[in-house]
Design a protein around this ligand. Structure first.
Ligand code: ZN
Length: 405
């Protein structure tokens, strides 16, 4: 199931066989080479064409020193650092035979975004200083001197240009599954409420609404199966998800009468858990790890962890905004109470390099809320409401990104 989804999600924007770097009157051709079936450009040739410099540091570190910006890279790590931002890459830069090869995404996306005043013209295969583009004084393209860029016989990569016109991808994660039932409830009665079933049912309804509104949806699971927490984020990343929504049901810390009265909805984004209650939910949801076999367990590579941490930081503010939007929206349909936006360090959110939230849609441990959450019409209302918030968020985010260009 996952393998099929992986294949279906890749959008097509072929790279040319070479690109033209235009800086004022000067144009330089930089060949696009195919490495491991993926289009790449040599960092030194690109830097020379852009009047920048490739600086080779220690420990596989490289710096692209452009006239107006610096980007730091590590050989084999699919991220670039720009100031304090960590920019995810479609694939890692590779040093081979004394040369550093950059994924084509650098030309089509990273440099136009972070390079300090460049734009990439997909049709012309031309990277140019955007000052000229903006003022409109650019001389007519002299591409007649060279053959027009042709389509390389390489597997397509999804570039930013493609993703802007392509539908947004919402990753929906139905919490738990298979042997991991999640919480069961209610407290003090025969336990008929199972979290994993309710989360899947709501997730599917959310999928239906979003698809009807023209969004692409990737489900981390569509059946009663166990997906490792670390894999849920990985599935989202490899499919270029734009947002990640994990659906869960809540339970109190103790099975007491007071615990049974707990109810309401809350939305989490990734950060260190601050309060005792946040830590409780964090521990409860991270419990799923114990159901995972060694093969699926996180690798625990310290470098991986640091990189993951950096990548998620970039989306912290956006994740918080998304959590806020969803939580505010739910006030309109949920009987409540509104328990607010919370932060915790969820394993499921940790591996996703995109704005990511976890919604606790209510307490299955509370008799009346368990009944409310099990009702199909209520599930549809919750799903519709969450979908509207996600759409509102994506539209807002899109206009902000557009304005920054
Ligand atoms: Zn859960």
């Amino acid at each position: 199931m996952i393998a099929l989804l992986l294949a279906a999600q890749i959008a097509a924007t072929p790279a040319p066989t070479f690109i033209i770097v235009r800086d004022g009157q000067t144009t330089t051709q930089v060949p696009v080479t195919i490495y491991d079936g993926e289009p790449c450009v040599r960092a030194d040739l690109l830097m020379r064409a852009m009047k920048g410099m490739l600086i080779t540091g220690t420990n596989l570190h490289f710096t692209l020193a452009l006239p107006r910006a610096r980007l730091d890279l590590i050989d084999g790590i699919p991220f670039a650092k720009f100031d304090t931002l960590t920019v995810p890459l479609t694939r890692a830069p590779q040093a081979r035979g004394g040369q550093l090869y950059l994924p084509f995404q650098f030309v089509s996306e990273v440099i136009p975004r972070y390079g300090g005043g460049y734009s990439y013209d997909v049709a012309q295969g031309e990277l140019r200083t955007s000052a000229l583009t903006a003022v409109g004084r650019a001389p007519p393209p002299r591409v007649t001197a060279t053959p027009p860029p042709t389509v390389a016989a390489a597997p397509p990569v999804r570039t930013r240009a493609a993703s802007r016109s392509a539908p947004k991808v919402v990753v929906i994660d139905a919490g738990h599954g298979g042997p991991d039932r999640g919480m069961i409830g209610p407290i003090g009665t025969p336990q008929w409420f199972t979290e994993k079933d309710v989360t899947l049912s709501v997730a599917k309804k959310l999928e239906t609404v979003l698809r009807a509104r023209g969004y692409d949806v990737l489900m981390t699971r569509t059946t009663d199966t166990l997906i490792a927490l670390s894999d849920r984020g990985r599935i989202a990343n490899s499919n270029h998800g734009d947002v990640f929504i994990s659906i869960h049901c809540n339970a109190p810390g103790s099975n007491t009468a007071a615990g049974a009265r707990e109810r309401g909805f809350e939305t989490y984004f990734l950060a260190e858990a601050k309060t005792e209650d946040e830590r409780r939910v964090q521990d409860m949801e991270n419990e799923s790890v114990k159901f995972e076999t060694g093969a699926n367990a996180p690798k625990g590579d310290p470098l991986n962890f640091i990189i993951t941490d950096m990548a998620q930081n970039e989306h912290l503010r956006e994740s918080s905004d998304l959590a806020q939007t969803i939580q505010q929206g739910l006030i309109d349909v949920h009987p409540g109470p509104n328990r607010g936006v919370q932060q915790a360090n969820f394993a499921v959110l940790r591996g996703s390099y995109m704005p990511a939230v976890l919604v606790e849609i209510g307490f299955g441990s509370n008799q009346s809320e368990a009944t409310y959450l099990s009702d199909q019409a209520n599930q549809r209302a919750l799903a519709r409401n969450i979908a509207e918030s996600v759409i509102a968020y994506l539209q807002h985010y899109d206009s902000r990104i557009g304005g920054a260009r």
